[in-house]
Write a protein of this length. Structure first.
Length: 318
C-alpha cells in the first residue's frame, strides 16, 4: 500500500559453492547512486570492525539551495528562459503513479531494458592502449581515461552504424575536443551551478522542467556516461564476513562504468545504440568495441586479468 512499503530492502542469496549475492532495493528519494555506494562502503567498514565515516547532513545541503531570484537567474543562463511549470513537467508527474507499479513489476520479473543492457569489459591494459591512442599531440598533450574511453565508444559505434562519410575524425581528435570542453563544462564552478539549478528546481517541484531540457533529442550518436569506475567494491572483511565483492549489477544509468577486478565494465544505455537499425547492426557495433581496441603494448601498464568479453546482463542484483 502507498506509504507502507519499506524504503530499503536487502536480501542475501547464498549458494552451495560458498558464493553469495547481496541485493539491495531502495527508494531513489532516500538514496541516489552515490549515497547507495556510500551506504554500502560504510556497512562494509562496520563489518570490518572499523568506525563509520560521517557524511554531510541534509540541512547543510538545504542551506545551499538558491532563493527564487538566484534560481531564475540560473535558469535564464542555462535554459535561456525563466523556470516555469510546463505541461511536460505536469504530465510526467501525473504519469508517475501509473507507470511506477508497472515498471516495478517488469523489473522484478527481469524483462526491463535496465537489466538487459549490453555489457563490455575492458582490462586496465586495454584502457591504457585506448588512452595512448587517444592522447592528442597538441593542446595539453593529455586526456583522462574517461575522455579517451568516451571518444573510443562514440567513434567505434558511429563507424559501425553510420554511413562512412559521417565520421572521419580520429580518436585523439575527439578525445582532445572532449578534454577542452570538460575544462569548462565540468569545472567545479560549472558543476556547482548546475547542481544549484537542478536542486533548486526539485525543491519547488519543477525538476522535470529542467531535466527534460537537458537531454538532447536530435542526434545520431549520444553517450550519457555515468563514470563510477573509481568506486571501491565493498570489502566486508574476512571471508566469513563476506569478503570483497567481485562484481556489481545495477539498473543505475544511463551508460554506466563500474569497476571489476583488473579493469572496468561498461553497461551501455540503449540510446547509445540508437543508430543501429537492426539486430545484426547492433551486434556488429558491440563486436567492434572489442575488435577495434588498439593492439600496441607500448607504454601500457601490466594487465591485471580482467575478462575480455561482451555480454547481455541477465536478471540479478548485487
Amino acid at each position: 500500500a502507498k506509504g507502507l512499503e519499506p524504503l530499503v530492502t536487502v536480501k542475501m542469496t547464498c549458494f552451495r559453492d560458498g558464493s553469495a549475492i547481496l541485493a539491495m532495493c531502495r527508494s531513489h528519494a532516500l538514496l541516489d547512486g552515490s549515497s547507495a555506494w556510500a551506504f554500502l562502503a560504510d556497512w562494509a567498514r562496520v563489518a570490518r570492525g572499523e568506525k563509520h565515516v560521517a557524511e554531510r547532513r541534509t540541512p547543510t545541503l538545504l542551506q545551499a539551495l538558491p532563493d527564487d531570484d538566484q534560481l531564475n537567474e540560473l535558469a535564464n543562463e542555462m535554459l535561456g528562459r525563466p523556470l516555469a511549470g510546463s505541461w511536460m513537467n505536469s504530465a510526467i508527474k501525473a504519469a508517475f503513479p501509473l507507470i511506477s507499479p508497472l515498471y516495478d513489476r517488469l523489473f522484478l520479473i527481469g524483462i526491463t531494458g535496465d537489466l538487459t543492457r549490453p555489457r563490455v569489459r575492458f582490462s586496465e591494459r586495454e584502457l591504457a592502449r585506448i588512452k595512448a591512442v587517444a592522447t592528442p599531440v597538441d593542446g595539453d598533450g593529455w586526456v583522462s581515461t574517461q575522455e579517451a574511453l568516451s571518444a573510443y565508444i562514440l567513434l567505434t559505434i558511429g563507424k559501425a552504424t553510420l554511413p562512412p562519410t559521417y565520421l572521419a575524425d580520429v580518436t585523439s581528435k575527439v578525445a582532445g575536443a572532449l578534454h577542452e570542453l570538460a575544462k569548462v563544462e565540468l569545472s567545479q564552478e560549472a558543476v556547482r551551478r548546475r547542481w544549484l539549478l537542478v536542486a533548486g528546481a526539485a525543491n519547488i517541484g519543477l525538476e522535470f522542467d529542467v531535466m527534460w531540457k537537458a537531454r538532447p533529442s536530435n542526434y545520431d550518436i549520444c553517450l550519457f556516461l555515468n563514470n563510477q569506475s573509481k568506486r571501491e567494491l565493498p570489502d566486508f572483511g574476512e571471508e566469513t564476513s563476506g569478503g570483497v565483492a567481485e562484481s556489481v549489477l545495477t539498473n543505475a544509468g544511463p551508460t554506466l562504468v563500474l569497476p571489476i577486478k583488473g579493469g572496468v565494465e561498461v553497461f551501455l544505455d540503449q540510446s547509445t545504440l540508437r543508430a543501429a537499425k537492426s539486430s545484426s547492426a547492433r551486434l556488429a557495433a558491440l563486436e567492434a568495441l572489442r575488435s577495434e581496441i588498439p593492439m600496441s603494448d607500448a607504454g601500457v601498464i601490466k594487465d591485471m586479468g580482467a575478462p575480455n568479453s561482451i555480454s547481455s546482463a541477465g536478471v540479478g542484483g548485487a
